[in-house]
Design a protein around this ligand. Structure first.
Ligand SMILES: Cc1ncc(COP(=O)(O)O)c(C=O)c1O
Length: 381
């Protein structure tokens, strides 16, 4: 990243930690295939298995319950598609503000006639209605439930413990996309009866293009080929990235308290700045620190005060931020998340998401919010 840029898009992707790169280097350079039985292969195999053990220990799982994937999207696809097939599930109860990796997969399964997909009611912050979920579970007990931990656009946290307990009570299976919270050190599957969870390394300072799926029970592979990952995900393992991901996650769990404090301090500052400099801004998602991701803030400015150039103002000032999730930006479509919590299409395209991490400072937030304020005051806009 050019040094003069202010990066406020950690929810899209965090920079690679230089220490992670160093740990990965010998495996990037190594010859061999982890499935080969000779010494070069065994060297890589033991690195993959050590990484699996590290991740399993951190999240309270058994190593055999971790399947390495090419990222969060594949982990979500794998969980949903394979769970439906393996357990002959015919109903999916889902949160309508899920990432497209989940939503488009569910839509695809429904279009193919494999499942009946029912959205769970959400409130104005995007939090699901537990009473509605329970009603649905009474009617469709043998379901797959998909509700993420933290929303990637608006940061709203879901009551994931209660959801898992409800699923357990009614015999449903629970898939949770934990991509945005894995780096916060909150996930422990021994204290949380979740059945599947998806994670992605580039959200916690690991490399892009690698992630993992936790599954409590064996599921079918949805990629056919070799017998890697105990027959549950064919394809030669991305060894260097897997090693880097495990190291990055270990660091995240070791530093979780200080990281949480850093993120929360910045969030409190961002909220103060908004109140003082942009009082007309309305926060999208849960505004409280207790029920939202500490590193994500999404807001929009009322139409008569705002224009469509907010992100361009930020970009020209050297501030990298998003209006929606990175996967959807540029599509020209208003965010499905913002639409689901009640924003009109015109409001939804005027939203700004700021998200921060280790490299962020209060001054970065000040620059972003001052820039937005100047953009709004400018006579040309
Ligand atoms: C909540 C959530 N799920 C899934 C994904 C997809 O992860 P990946 O980029 O590793 O495919 C993302 C990425 O932004 C995300 O935020």
């Amino acid at each position: 990243m050019p040094p003069q840029l202010v990066y406020l898009d950690y929810a899209a992707s965090a920079p690679l930690d230089p220490e992670v790169l160093e740990v990965m280097r010998p495996y990037l350079e190594a010859a061999g295939n982890p499935s080969s039985t000779h010494a070069a292969g065994r060297f890589l195999r033991s690195a993959v298995e050590e990484a699996r053990q590290t991740i399993a220990d951190l999240i309270g799982a058994a190593p055999g319950e971790i399947i390495f994937t090419s990222g969060g999207t594949e982990a979500d696809n794998h969980a949903l598609r394979s769970a439906v097939e393996t357990f002959s599930l015919s109903t999916i109860l889902y949160n309508p503000t899920e990432h497209h990796a989940v939503l488009h997969t569910i839509e695809d399964l429904a279009q193919q006639g494999k499942v009946y997909a029912i959205p769970i009611t959400i409130d104005k912050y995007g939090q699901i209605d537990l009473n509605h979920l329970e009603e649905l579970l009474k009617a469709y007990p043998h379901s797959l439930v998909s509700v993420m931990y933290a929303n990637n656009e608006i940061g709203t946290l879901q009551p994931v413990k209660e959801i898992a307990e409800l699923c357990q009570r009614y015999g449903a299976l629970y898939h949770c996309d934990t991509v945005q919270v894995m780096g916060l050190g909150w996930v422990r599957v021994d204290a949380w009866p979740v059945d599947f969870l998806a994670a992605s390394a580039h959200k916690f300072y690991g490399p892009k293009g690698v992630g993992f799926l936790y599954r409590r029970r064996p599921i079918r592979s949805f990629i056919t080929g070799g017998a890697q990952e105990r027959g549950q995900r064919a394809g030669t393992e991305n060894v260097a990235s897997i090693v880097g991901m495990a190291f990055a996650l270990k660091k995240a769990y070791q530093q979780k308290d200080i990281y949480l404090k850093h993120l929360s301090t910045l969030k409190a500052h961002a909220l103060n700045l908004l109140e003082t400099l942009l009082p007309e801004a309305r926060i999208n998602g849960d505004p409280t620190l207790e029920r939202s991701h500490p590193g994500i803030l999404n807001f929009y400015l009322p139409p008569k005060k705002a224009d469509d150039l907010l992100l361009i103002h930020l970009d020209l000032a050297g501030v990298c931020a998003s209006g929606t999730s990175a996967c959807s930006s540029g599509s020209g479509h208003p965010s499905h998340v913002l639409r689901a919590i009640g924003l009109s299409p015109e409001e939804a395209v005027r939203a700004v998401r700021l998200s921060w991490g280790w490299g962020s400072e209060k001054a970065h937030l000040e620059l972003a919010i001052q820039t937005l304020r100047q953009g709004l005051l400018s006579p040309t806009t």
